[in-house]
Design a protein. Structure first.
Length: 668
């Protein structure tokens, strides 16, 4: 019945969409009066219409790319107000070539006392800012946004570049109607690719369209100036159209990584430039081998490894007496960390060059990690760069140099290898920062060959918590917490708390844990990355025990228990990404109050997921006046496939329910 009602709603809404007028300015009272989206009632906003037209116009300077965008968005509530701001990225290349935005217009529509009120976008609602050396952001902020408003804007981008940005086919909110048209001249050959990881994939309609352009050439001088001969040439455009309705929102959920990895989008890879007869004049077709090789041959990449004199004496003295290659790598990683600080910029190419970065004590990721590789090679160690696309950058869909934006170091010794990142102060051997843990990277060897390597941690990060519980006379509880963290869990904790004041650290621990007071906190090994993070503190908790009819009820894990299942969706079309495998262990010791005995104790139980890929164990026992609990969450894989989502969601729900089970004490 639920599915039938959804189908009826979609059919009804499709007929309504077909009848709508999407010309700019033709917003209806029906659109403004709509309170919730008819198909997705949870949507805070919806794209009523999106039209994007990409074409190439011939000028005397050659073809210019033009991208025209018209978008109409319905905003249902305050949570959807952020959709009233649009950021447009403009790029600049060498020689002063840059993209330009023009013909910006926008209108906000509100229904006031049954009449449509229009507020036009003004100049003070358009902002320009430099995002990076080669990127400018134009921000469009629509006026007078209210619940139920409809906004509409349009603009055109003129670009001297023939590279086409990815065309987004799916938003975080529903799209009622989508019209995309891409027309490229026959001289530019593009390979098109729809994101294979997306759960929504539109149909493409392809055709050809005859075009002409007029070219001029100088034929001499006249009294009034240069005279020109003109000629008309015919060619054809390759046209791709996407027309679709009721495109579902890409809904974010916990532990999903970068959602753009699963967004429906179309990439247009420039593979070749051909002449009018179809002969290839310049080929861009590539493989990952060619991409890796071209990156390596850059003066800001591979050429950096030839510069060793400026650090030779320093490095020789630092590794004197160290024989093991991995120990040398660890020693030099720490030296680079102390010598060159990360300036916050990613990149696969050096920003300053390794020599200047070493001298000035600062550089981007490539400056730092290529410096480390160069030092290691100078000591005869087999060290090579690994090209990475960070988690925020997503996964490249096809072989392209722009797909990578980060680089780390691999050291190989026989069949064994380690990964290093000297840009992260708290990283260890094989403990990369989370920004770099994006499935796999491309190892580039100095002989020009390359291969994929896994970036995922191959060993479990461990967090062990000891919780002691004592009862006060008023049935509040107190005790001590001791925690130990290793690997990526330790790195994450150090990044968050190592530079935080003790007061702020205490407030952070207390946050979200009820009526708790934390004191006497001790944070050990905050900066000693060779040792586990050690944390201990005393606590008092006033709302842990329920006294009902003379019986005491409490959950043994107190404020440590997971209270809510983070997995909300009935179905999920993308993996659960925990970033790393983890072993989360709790040892709880409860000293029973005088004059009470156990009436009910949670049963010991083991809950298993997929033959041990994840396991939750709960062991409870009574030992004299003490209750002892050992609770483990053992996750051996960091990725849960979407086909296993339903089973894993149930597994996680059972785990939460088990943590919530209560001990019942009654008077002896």
């Amino acid at each position: 019945m639920k599915n039938l009602l959804t189908i009826i709603a979609i059919v009804f809404y499709s007929s309504f969409i077909t009848a709508q007028d999407f010309k700019y300015g033709k917003v209806s009272k029906e659109e403004l009066a709509e309170k919730v989206h008819s198909v997705d009632a949870s949507a805070n906003a919806a794209v009523l219409y999106r039209n994007e037209d990409i074409s190439f116009v011939y000028t005397q300077d050659g073809f210019i790319q033009e991208r025209e965008v018209h978008e109409r968005i319905k905003i249902y509530n305050k949570e959807g107000y952020n959709w009233a701001t649009k950021k447009v990225y403009l790029y600049e290349g060498g020689g002063g070539s840059k993209e330009k935005i023009q013909s910006i217009k926008g209108t906000t529509y509100n229904l006031i006392d049954g009449k449509i009120q229009k507020d036009k976008l003004k100049k003070d609602g358009i902002f320009e800012e430099d995002y990076s050396e080669f990127t400018e952001i134009n921000t469009i902020t629509m006026p007078n946004i209210q619940d139920g408003a409809v906004i509409e804007y349009s603009y055109k981008i003129s670009s001297p570049f023939i590279v086409i940005d990815d065309i987004v086919l799916q938003n975080d909110i529903p799209i009622n109607k989508l019209d995309i048209r891409i027309a490229t001249p026959q001289f530019y050959v593009y390979n098109k690719l729809i994101n294979p990881k997306a759960f929504y994939s539109p149909k493409l309609n392809e055709s050809k369209m005859k075009k002409t352009f007029v070219s001029s050439s100088s034929s001499g001088r006249s009294v009034t100036g240069t005279t020109f001969d003109t000629s008309t040439s015919e060619y054809s455009d390759n046209v791709i159209k996407v027309t679709d309705e009721n495109i579902p929102a890409l809904k974010e959920e916990s532990y999903a990584g970068n959602m753009n990895n699963y967004r429906a989008k179309m990439s247009m890879e420039l593979s070749a430039i051909v002449n009018r007869y179809g002969a290839v004049e310049k080929s861009y077709s590539s493989s990952w081998e060619k991409v890796s090789k071209s990156i390596y041959e850059s003066p800001n990449f591979g050429a950096q490894f030839k510069r060793t004199n400026f650090f030779k004496d320093d490095v020789t003295s630092i590794v004197a007496g160290v024989e093991d290659p991995f120990q040398k790598a660890f020693t030099l990683q720490n030296y680079v960390k102390s010598k060159v600080k990360w300036n916050g910029y990613n990149g696969i190419y050096t920003q300053k060059g390794i020599r200047n970065a070493y001298k000035e004590g600062e550089g981007n990721v490539a400056d730092i990690n290529l410096l480390l590789i160069t030092m290691l090679r100078s000591q005869g160690i087999n060290a090579n760069p690994v090209l990475v696309s960070t988690r925020s950058n997503g996964i490249p869909l096809y072989p392209t140099r722009n797909g990578f934006n980060y680089v780390v170091c691999m050291v190989q010794n026989g069949q064994n290898y380690i990964l290093l990142d000297a840009s992260e102060p708290y990283s260890m051997v094989n403990v990369l920062p989370e920004r770099a843990l994006n499935w796999r990277g491309r190892l580039v060897m100095d002989n020009g060959t390359s291969d994929w390597v896994s970036l995922r941690p191959n060993s479990q990060a461990k967090e062990t918590t000891s919780l002691n519980v004592q009862f006060n006379d008023d049935f509040s509880v107190k005790g001590k917490v001791r925690q130990s963290m290793t690997s990526n869990v330790a790195l994450r904790y150090r990044k968050k708390y190592a530079s935080m004041s003790q007061d702020d650290h205490i407030k952070s621990i207390e946050s979200g844990k009820g009526a708790i007071e934390v004191s006497e906190i001790n944070f050990e090994n905050a900066n000693d990355i060779t040792e586990p993070v050690k944390l201990s503190y005393n606590y008092e908790l006033s709302d842990a025990i329920d006294d009902i009819g003379g019986k005491l009820y409490f959950s043994p894990m107190l404020f440590m228990a997971t209270k809510e299942n983070p997995f909300k969706l009935d179905e999920r079309n993308y993996p659960i990404d925990f970033t790393m495998p983890i072993l989360d262990k709790y040892v709880v010791n409860v000293e029973m109050p005088e004059g009470y005995k156990v009436e009910a104790l949670p049963k010991s139980e083991i809950i298993d997921f997929k033959e041990g890929a994840a396991k939750f164990s709960y062991i409870a026992k009574e030992n004299g006046k003490y209750l002892q609990f050992v609770i483990n969450f053992d996750l051996k894989t960091s990725i849960i496939d979407p086909t296993d989502y339903g089973v894993f969601k149930q597994f996680f729900e059972k785990m939460i329910e088990k943590q919530a089970e209560q001990v019942v004490l009654t008077k002896a």
